[in-house]
Structure formats: C-alpha cells, structure tokens
Design a protein around this ligand. Structure first.
Ligand code: HEC
Length: 240
C-alpha cells in the first residue's frame, strides 16, 4: 500500500511542470523549429545575436571561443563577428551599453541572456521575437503580444517590417504586417529559428556533447546486443 502511495506522489510531482504550464493563460506559442545539429544555422544565430542583441544584453557566462563547438575557428569568430581589437576570443560576451544607461533609456535594465532559453522556453523566444507590434501609447513605440508592455524596442523591425495588432475591446488580436521589412515572412521566421537555435545552445553548450554521447551509447548497446545474440546461438546450437 505504501509503495502505491509513493508511486502516486511521484507521478504527481512529475506532472507538476505540465500543470504549471497549462495554467499559464491562453497564450498561444508557436513551436520553434530547433535543430542543434545544424551548425550553419547556429552560426547564423550567433552572428545575429552578437550584431543585434549584444548592444544592450550581455551573455556573461558565454565565452566567444565556445563557438568553436559549433564549427567556428578563433579566426572565423574574430572576423565573422567583427570583434573589436580589445576583445579577446576568450572573453565573455559583454553588452556594449552599461546596465545603468540602458535602464535610464528603457526603464528596465536588459537582462543577461546567457540562460534565457532555460528560464523562458525555446517556443516562447521564437514567438516573442515574432510578436512585436507598433503601439504609439508605449514610450518606445512598440509593444509585444507575448510580453505586454515590454521595455525593449523592436530592434529587428528593419528585417521583419512593422506589424499592427487588431484590437477587440482592448484585447490584442491577430498581428498583421503593415509595412514590409527587407525579409519575406518566411525568411524572417527562418532567421528567428536560427536565433532561437543559438539561444538554446548558449543556455546549455554541453547539449551538443550530450547528444553525441547518447548516440555513442546507443551504438555500443546495439553492438553488444548483436554479440550477445551470436553468443547465445553458439552456446545453444549443440543442445537442440
Ligand atoms: C536597444 C536595447 C536592446 C536590444 C538591442 C535588444 N534588447 Fe532585448 N530587451 C531590452 C530591454 C530593455 C528588455 C527588458 C524589457 C522589460 O523587462 O520590459 C529586453 C528584454 C528582452 C527579453 C525578455 C527577457 C525576460 O525574460 O524578461 C528577451 C528574450 C530579449 N530582450 C531578447 C533580445 C534579443 C534576442 C535581442 C537581439 C535580437 C535583443 N533582445 C536586443 C533591450 C534590448
């Protein structure tokens, strides 16, 4: 009886994160098309992140040369990401703007994004970066459907263009593209998929190694199974 109780308690604990998510409101999140094996995508994401996000956000536990793990040599990192002379490839990724000035400018200090994919989720990030819309009532001129009244201005408007929200009795409805950016909707989605892919890698760089170890273990177990089977046949062959 005690054992059954234990099992029930464990099952309930295991389901708790699911329940917590389910009660997170009726917000719809799009599924981020992640592919952590796609080095070209991770590299495009890294480039976008360093050129567009590091202006305000740091990733202070991420060193540039961790990008070696996604197929970028030190030389490649330096030239491709246009590192300033005084930044070493072994340095951590620091915001160009200091937190205080950023707070003065945007009302909130831009948070460190090192592990953002773990505190939010990949789907949340993928949806967030595609949910900015023009809103004149906000100081920055921008609002976000996933993060209402966000302090961040939409820094990728030149790529996506300007979306506007349908308003139903004060409720934010569908977003529609009003002015086009330099990318088509499909291209922009791909670009944000790359960025999300990169943010997930950055939150857990060991994830790549873990996947590889997983495959090696599976390979080893398959070989072992084949050997065992051959051995069993060998042992039993004279008995039948
Ligand atoms: C001009 C400065 C600026 C730039 C550039 C910028 N952000 Fe932000 N970002 C902010 C500020 C300020 C906030 C805090 C918003 C708030 O809490 O209301 C923020 C918040 C965020 C959040 C929400 C964090 C959380 O969970 O509270 C994410 C995710 C984010 N930014 C991602 C990005 C990404 C990805 C880029 C690059 C494409 C980027 N930001 C570029 C200023 C900036």
């Amino acid at each position: 009886m005690k054992a059954i109780k234990k099992v029930i308690v464990w099952a309930m604990l295991a389901c708790m994160p699911l329940l917590a998510n389910a009660s997170g409101g009726d917000l719809h999140l799009d599924k981020a098309p992640l592919n952590l094996q796609d080095q070209a995508s991770l590299q495009r994401g890294a480039k976008l992140f360093t050129s567009r996000c590091l202006a305000c956000h740091s990733a202070s536990v991420m060193r540039y040369n961790r990008l070696n793990d996604i197929g970028m040599s030190d030389e490649h990192i330096r030239t491709e990401l246009e590192l300033p002379e005084d930044v070493k490839v072994g340095s951590t990724m620091q915001a160009a703007m200091d937190a205080n000035s950023a707070k003065m400018a945007y009302g909130v200090a831009p948070p460190d994004l090192s592990v953002i994919a773990r505190s939010r989720s990949a789907d949340w990030l993928y949806t967030y970066m595609r949910s900015f819309y023009a809103d004149e009532s906000r100081p920055s001129g921008w609002n976000n459907k996933v993060f209402p009244n966000v302090g961040m201005p939409f820094v990728l408007a030149d790529l996506q263009g300007t979306q506007e929200a349908e308003k139903h009795e004060g409720h934010v409805g569908n977003l529609m593209l009003k002015d086009a950016g330099s990318m088509s909707a499909v291209e922009y989605d791909h670009t944000i998929a790359d960025l999300t892919n990169y943010l997930v890698f950055m939150s857990e760089p060991a994830i790549l190694i873990r996947h590889q170890i997983g495959w090696i273990v599976l390979g080893f177990l398959s070989v072992l199974l084949a050997l065992m089977y051959a051995l069993k046949k060998e042992i039993w062959k004279d008995i039948h």
